[in-house]
Design a protein around this ligand. Structure first.
Ligand code: 5GP
Ligand code: ZN
Length: 112
């Protein structure tokens, strides 16, 4: 499958790895929008949040456990933002579900 994040998970494309376990991989975003900007992805290819179902939702729950762990490790005690862009209108550019963990600055709401 021609998927950028599957290739990053497989090590075929280099990345700055932050965390890895059996089901989840996390790495620094190549174009950071905050002092901390980590992408957290499932190792299994799920195209978007629209493809989450009863068979694969365990790994999505696990991603949020990993996010909390990384946030603590990164010292984001003042707060942070977790973002998922789902589909073209939301600005999803890589069709392998990923959660942006961003912190280290203030954020506005609603997000543009
Ligand atoms: P999206 O726009 O789909 O929500 O987020 C995709 C993210 O992937 C963007 O923030 C973009 O900077 C990041 N990205 C795109 N290509 C690469 C890459 O080759 N390596 C890394 N580390 N991040 C990437
Ligand atoms: Zn993929």
């Amino acid at each position: 499958m021609d998927c950028l994040f599957c290739k990053i998970i497989a090590g075929e494309i280099p990345s700055s790895k932050i965390y890895e376990d059996d089901t989840v991989f996390a790495f620094n975003d190549i174009d950071p929008q905050a002092p901390v900007h980590v992408l957290i992805v499932p190792k299994v290819h799920i195209a978007s949040a629209d493809d989450i179902n009863e068979k694969n939702s365990d790994v999505i729950a696990h991603i949020f456990e990993v996010a909390a762990k990384i946030a603590k490790e990164k010292g984001l005690s003042d707060g942070y933002r977790i973002v998922n862009n789902c589909g073209d209108q939301a600005g999803q550019t890589v069709k392998h579900i990923h959660f942006h963990l961003m912190g280290g600055r203030d954020f506005t709401w609603p997000a543009g």
